[in-house]
Design a protein around this ligand. Sequence first.
Ligand code: 5RP
Length: 226
Amino acid sequence: MTQDELKQAVAREAIKYVVDGEIVGVGTGSTANFFIDELAKIKDSIKGAVASSEATAERLRGHGIDVFELNQVARMSVYIDGADEITAQGAMIKGGGGALTREKIVASVAEKFICIADASKLVKTLGKFPLPVEVIPMAQSAVARQLMKLNLGPDCEIELRFKDGKPFITDNGCIILDIIGLKIADPVALEAQINQITGVVSVGLFAKQGANVCLLGAPDGVKTMN
Ligand code: 5RP
């Protein structure tokens, strides 16, 4: 099975968690895109969706699914999204697509975070995948200096994310600093430490509120981790 087929398999499985008549929170990325394609097949049984990025909103609308502003929504049963890395305990690195802040906000309103990922995303220790930090542009250098002061390890480097030769700009008009070369021993503590730095909008560590369920796609089937 290809990686895309594994992503499609978990996307199909995630439909079982969507509650009839309700609004579902939808993540960003290639796995979330497969989920949107599956959601389109049952669109008449849901009220609509809240999107975690402009790209997701566009894809949802393209399928004829109503997109609600989060401010219009008081409660949500489930938020369904991919991850760049996930541990067996449900802590994740997210934000490879740069949507980490909106993903965290929408996830915070949902009662359950359902992570959908192919088995290559399961790790023992988070940090091989660069950890994204969304930053207010004027604070780029100040935040980078504060991150270096955290002594995150001998291999740690901080890189400004680029796209098409220019700094990557998020849906919120901010930049991303990627921390590379990490081995994250205590994800909850590191998430709190980075969140405290002035100028940081959010960090792509989802540990304090991790995934409640992870649907992991492997060649021998979809495994459910609770
Ligand atoms: C986007 C994300 C994605 O969920 C993450 O990057 C995984 O992407 P993909 O499903 O394409 O592997 O956090 O900001």
